[in-house]
Design a protein around this ligand. Sequence first.
Ligand SMILES: CC(C)c1onc(-c2c(Cl)cccc2Cl)c1COc1ccc(-c2ccc3c(C(=O)O)c[nH]c3c2)cc1
Length: 228
Amino acid sequence: EITKEQQALMKIITDAYNRHQIPQDVAKKLLQDQYSAEENFLLLTEMATSQVQVLVEFTKNIPGFLSLDREDQIALLKGSAVEAMFLRSAQVFSRKMPSGHTEVLEERIRKSGISEEFITPMFNFYKSIGELHMVQEEQALLTTVTILTPDRPYVKDQQAVERLQETMLDVLRKLCVLQHPQEPQYFARLLGRLTELRTLSHYHTEMLVSWRMNDHKFTPLLCEIWDV
Ligand SMILES: CC(C)c1onc(-c2c(Cl)cccc2Cl)c1COc1ccc(-c2ccc3c(C(=O)O)c[nH]c3c2)cc1
């Protein structure tokens, strides 16, 4: 049974998740009409940079996050940024954005210098997330659980992160039972997506290397968070 304080926790996280979104004027840039690989890469870089800023603001609203060691906060953000952005961009594909962002985003990702070997698993992931039909509370909590992964590189106090993550996992588990009573395995399926995210994160590191080799430039914020 979800307790009162778990209800309150879920509301704080979901409100923060909905409040911190890419500004519409930035998202609208996806719809402009240049479609060269260069133009697509530049637009996606702008989206990712904006998304990282949004992610940092969202993370500050996770109860307990700001009480963690300052360096561990940075390590968690650096370690989870790509995975959080896969989850957030997955919404664009599963939410079927009204203003046609879905097709445009897909087109730009497919034509931005990412090799086919990464495109296939990436869009399989987007499809598998779409099939889950997550409610917004589940999306917000799943992103929170991803950010609070204790075994990211350079995290010193893993216990402290583990305690926070377990609190969020407990709420998410109860929410899944409530939202999907006819599917007892739903929570396990959600956690399975986190494993898929780790694999995508490894692919992403290789994507960055190949972009770098083709002399693609990133923004200072992305260089900072991705050590490129
Ligand atoms: C540096 C660039 C080239 C890069 O490197 N790896 C990835 C990358 C890729 Cl290509 C896929 C997954 C994750 C990453 Cl980091 C990227 C692009 O990252 C993105 C792209 C797109 C959004 C994105 C778009 C629209 C919306 C939206 C709306 O329309 O309302 C709401 N939220 C949105 C978010 C986020 C991040």
